[in-house]
Structure formats: C-alpha cells, structure tokens
Design a protein around this ligand. Structure first.
Ligand code: AHR
Length: 504
C-alpha cells in the first residue's frame, strides 16, 4: 500500500471558515426553478408553490447564500416582468437557454423562498442587454424601505419590508462570447465601475462582485481581471471566478486532480488583483467570489439547449447524474476553496436543483440526493472555526492534464474554543488505497469522534430516484489513534472526513 502523511498544527491558520463558502446558485434554466424549487401541484408545496421537500433538502445541504436569477439567463432578463400580479406578467423568450420564461417566479417569490430555506439571497443584475438605470431600479425595488415609486411598488406587491440584499453580482460572465451583450474587458470594466458607483449612491455598504473569467482556459484569462479591476478597483469588493470540470475521454486521473486547476485559478486571480493593488498603491484588497463551480459534463446531449421553433418552458437541461468519482472531485474542490479562505470570501456550487445539481426532483413526485450532495453537506456542517493549512507528504502520480500531482489532498479546520478538529482528505489514486498518517503536532492524543469515507469498488455508481442510498459516506473502520495522531486507510477514488476531539 502507498503511504502518505499530513501534518496538522493549530498554529498554521489560513483564516476563518466562512459560511459563504457554502453558497449555491439558482438560475431560471431548465427545471431548476420550475418543477425544481417551484411546483404548485406538488403535495408539499406552500402557498407560493414552493416544494417543502426541496426546502428540507436545501437546509440539510447546509447552503448559506443562493445566487439568483442567473447565469447566462440574467443577461437578457427584465426583472420587472417577474413582479406584481401573476396573470399580468409577460411571457418572454429566454435567449440564453432557448426556452420560454413564464415569469411565474420573480424576485419577490425568490426572496420569500430564500427566507423559508434559511439562505441569504445574492442578486445578479443584467449588464448584458441592460445597464446602470435598470440595476438602480432593481436595487431601489429590493432595498429602499419606501416612499419612492419602486419601493412602494414592492410594498404594493406584498413585501412591506425591504428585501435587504447585500451581495450583488454586476452581470454574469461578460468575458464569454456566448453571453448576450458580451463585452471587452475595457467596455465591461467601465460599465461595472459606473454601475457600482451609482448603486453605492443608494446604498454604500453593498458587497459588489465584478465579473472575472468564466474559466481559467479563457484566452483573456488574467488580462481580463487586470483590466476590469484597473477600472473598478475602488468600487467593487470581489471578483468572480467560474470553473466546471468533468471526466474527459475517460481520463479519470486528470479529472480527480481538478482541484489543481482550481488552486491555480484562485492563486492567479489573487496575484492579478494584488498587482493592480500595488500599482494603485491601494490598501484595500479585492477578494474572490467563486460563484459558479461544479462538475458539469458540458459536451453531453443534456447540455444542448433546444433549437429552431422549439422554445419550451422548463425543458430538461443540464441534468447531469453524478457518480462516486464526481462526488470525490466536488469534495476536493471544497478542500481547495477552504484552503484559500483568506482570499475566497464567497462561493456558489452551481447549481442547486435539477440543473447540474446535488438535489434532483420529479415533477409532482420524488426528490433525492445525488452523490455530490454528501461531501458538500458534511463539509458545510462540520467545517468550523479556523482553516488550517496542512503539510502533505504524499506519493505523486502522473496525469495528462496536470502533470505529476500528489495522490492525497487535504485541509483541516479547527475550533480553538471546543478543540474540535476536522480533516477533509481525498485519495486521487485510481488504483490503490493509501495509508494516511495524521501527525497532530502541538495537540494531545485525539479521540476519533467520526471517520466517514465515501467510496465504492465501482466509482461509476450513480444515485437515482429509486436508489439514492446504496453508496453513502460510511464509517471507516481503519481509523485508529496513536500517540502522535492517527492513521486511516483511504480507498482509491475516495473522500474522507475525520472528526477529532482532544480530551483534557
Ligand atoms: O451554470 C450554467 C451556466 O454556466 C451559467 O448560466 C453560466 O453563467 C455558466 O456558463
């Protein structure tokens, strides 16, 4: 068996565990909203038509923020179509996903859903087909208490209290040629800066996210961030990053190493933002909102939007079914986000329901957890206190996309008050187990509270509505303490969470 070790020291603090790391994303896309969140005919539906079974799963998932309403959708969206009496709301073409948008759900319903689900809404404005005025109108509608045309319109629509939305995305993926209203970095940087400046005139303490790159492979990656931040540095707080990964051409080893790309992506954006900071002689730092990340089999037929005269309402789109290897990658991407908690201040798993999602639903019927649900839910529930950088000593193996990578990746969180330590680790080997020694420097002998591992001899096992429970994270009986720490065996293609305490 291959051997590896991680050294954990409570002095190696990266920064706090941020609840916003565990955000997600709801777009008017496919069946995410309609028959996902919203299904008035469902037996668990509330007065707004939102499914109670889905709300329960969202709560179990431990999601903090939810970005809305897109995504590519937002770049053609008219927010005012989705407010007021339902019968009077216009039906529109959604160019982004070649669908028909009925506007049954809009900002007021979404905010009511978010309150019920216990999540913080994060709003995106349309800077594709629209601009500063419409962003200001939406902000006035949402956040001004009353006494103005649009705040009183909201009150008249039943929302007496302001929605109080603090985080706002200034457009979506404006670097992408597929985006309605796609812009150059200079064009977008100016528009983002002027929109941010104007929005802050209404509410100075907003947290504003400028669009970064929609992938580290974009030809403009790096330059885009530099130019956009050169225009907007003083008036935005965060810059976004988006990344999707999948197993291409059966290259499992590269896929399992996807977090190497996420690490590189984050560190490159941080370097660019800090270079702009240095050039401007600014004190302020720009942080990252990794507000779209996941596994997405983008080339599969289910990602292809309808075409021609076919403009369906809520078509089946991007409904990827995830296997055990996909879940291990999701767990590893969370490890990457956590270890950069000093600079990644928000993140959104894209998306929440049905569309490349951890939660699936049948219209009017069952809902279930995909494999990717479990590492997300367990990390969101148990990562607490401070993130600790761990020193990893592991064998490396070769991958086609990323060269030689360590087979083990890990991060730890530690709560100084309670003494609770949680280690999250993956074994990226496709062939064999790894014996992992955890060296707990500066800490007494641990008590193992829980050792859970997600793995399966067949890593292609996929959850379905009929069987979502045969493969779940299960107790790992190999976890054993010793004088300086503990030892555990990590099966190939696996994700593990170890919860430790240190009795006096
Ligand atoms: O999440 C699916 C799509 O991926 C979003 O609409 C877009 O922002 C990204 O390209």
């Amino acid at each position: 068996m291959q051997l590896a070790s991680v050294t954990v020291d409570p002095a190696f603090v990266v920064g706090p565990v941020r609840r916003r790391t565990f955000g997600s994303f709801v777009e008017h896309l496919g069946r995410c909203v309609y028959t996902g969140l919203h299904d008035p005919a469902h037996p668990t539906a509330d007065v707004d038509g939102f499914r109670g079974d889905v709300v329960d799963l969202v709560r179990e998932l431990g999601v903090s923020t939810v970005r809305y309403p897109g995504g590519n959708f937002v770049s053609g969206y008219r927010w005012e179509d989705g407010v007021g009496p339902r019968a009077q709301r216009p039906v529109r073409l959604d160019l982004a996903w070649h669908s028909t948008e009925p506007n049954t759900v809009g900002v007021d319903e979404f905010v009511r859903w978010a309150r019920r689900a216990g999540v913080e809404p994060m709003m995106a404005v349309n800077l594709g087909t629209r601009g500063i005025q419409e962003a200001l109108d939406l902000l006035e509608y949402c956040n001004v208490r009353g006494g103005t045309a649009l705040s009183d319109l909201r009150r008249g629509n039943g929302a007496e209290e302001p929605h109080g939305i603090r985080m706002w995305c200034l457009g979506n993926e404006m670097d992408g040629p597929w985006q309605t209203g796609h812009k150059t970095a200079h064009e977008y940087g100016r528009l983002a800066a002027e929109t941010a400046r104007a929005m802050r005139q209404i509410q100075p303490d907003l947290e504003l996210v400028a669009c970064g790159s929609s992938g580290s492979g974009m030809p403009t990656f790096g330059e885009w961030e530099r130019i956009v931040l050169s225009e907007a540095y003083d008036v935005v707080d965060l810059i976004s990053a988006h990344a999707y990964y999948c197993e291409d051409d059966g290259d499992l080893a590269s896929f399992l190493a996807s977090a190497v790309d996420m690490d590189h992506f984050i560190e490159s954006v941080v370097a660019t933002a800090d270079a702009v900071r240095a050039a401007r002689k600014a004190d302020k730092r720009i942080h990252l909102s990794f507000d779209e990340w996941n596994v997405w089999y983008v080339k599969r037929a289910e990602s292809r939007p309808p075409a021609g005269d076919d403009w369906p309402v809520a078509p089946v789109l991007l409904e990827d079914r995830y296997n055990v290897a996909d879940a291990v990658v999701v767990g590893n991407l969370l490890i990457s986000l956590l270890r950069h908690t000093d600079r990644v201040h928000a993140a959104s798993l894209a998306q929440l329901v049905n569309v490349i999602a951890p939660i699936m639903t049948e219209p009017g019927g069952r809902s279930w957890r995909q494999t990717t649900f479990h590492p997300f839910a367990l990390t969101a529930r148990h990562a607490a206190g401070e993130v600790l950088r761990v020193a990893i000593d592991a064998p490396v193996h070769d991958t086609t996309r990323f060269g030689a990578v360590p087979v083990v990746d890990a991060v730890a969180t530690y709560e100084p008050d309670t003494g609770g330590l949680v280690l999250f680790a993956v074994n990226r080997s496709t062939t064999g187990p790894v014996g992992l020694t955890v060296d707990l420097r500066g800490l007494p002998a641990p008590q193992i509270v829980e050792a859970l591992t997600l793995s399966n001899p067949d890593h292609t096992w996929t959850a379905t509505a009929d069987d979502a429970t045969t493969v779940l994270p299960r107790g790992n009986p190999s976890a054993m303490r010793h004088a300086d720490g503990m030892r555990v065996e990590l099966p190939p293609v696996s994700w593990t969470m170890l919860r430790l305490e240190f009795p006096e």
